[in-house]
Write a protein that binds this ligand. Structure first.
Ligand SMILES: [Ca+2]
Length: 170
């Protein structure tokens, strides 16, 4: 009996230490395809732009389309209580066609800006992850584009050929 109590006591002491703070799980975010970007803290506002096929691109000035929605426009230092700079967009459904993810320096007081980009399927894992370097203010670059057929990424369809998404001065 004394031994059993000892085991219980040890278990009680150990339990609180085996629950490390959970990190945000991207898989639990809404959507079928999730694109996210992050960039260093400081007076730097980067924007994510995403598109499907020939539909109008989605970004801060056009926050949702038929397929993509922007979850948040992070302005850098200005609009939240954390030093994290993070924007993400997600799709509703996964229709066939080409998907593309761009990053753009909206206001980059300091360049170059390394922008970490991740594109993942809610079911099926990472599509692409990498870093895109923005060299000057207002520069827009394509991080990745690829085709989807029957709910899966077409192998070999990935490229970084530039696709202009931001239109006008808005
Ligand atoms: Ca932004």
């Amino acid at each position: 009996m004394a031994m059993l109590l000892g085991v219980v006591a040890v278990a009680i002491f150990i339990l609180p230490s085996i629950n490390p703070p959970a990190e945000a799980d991207p898989i639990s975010q809404p959507g079928n395809l999730i694109a996210s970007i992050s960039w260093p803290s400081g007076p730097i506002d980067v924007d994510i732009w995403v598109s499907h096929a020939n539909e109008k691109a989605v970004g801060y000035s056009n926050k949702s389309g038929k397929v993509w929605s922007l979850l948040r426009d992070d302005l850098g230092e200005a609009n939240d209580a954390t030093p994290l700079n993070y924007e993400s967009a997600f799709t509703r459904g996964l229709p066939d066609g080409e998907y593309a993810v761009n990053v753009r320096c909206f206001g980059c007081a300091k360049v170059p800006v390394p922008v970490a980009v991740e594109v993942r399927l809610a079911e099926g894992g990472m599509v692409w992850a990498g870093t895109v370097q923005l060299e000057r203010d207002k520069q827009e670059r394509t991080a990745i584009r690829f085709r989807v057929l029957d709910g899966a990424v077409v192998q070999g369809s990935e490229s970084q050929v530039f696709k202009q998404m931001k239109r006008g001065d808005a």
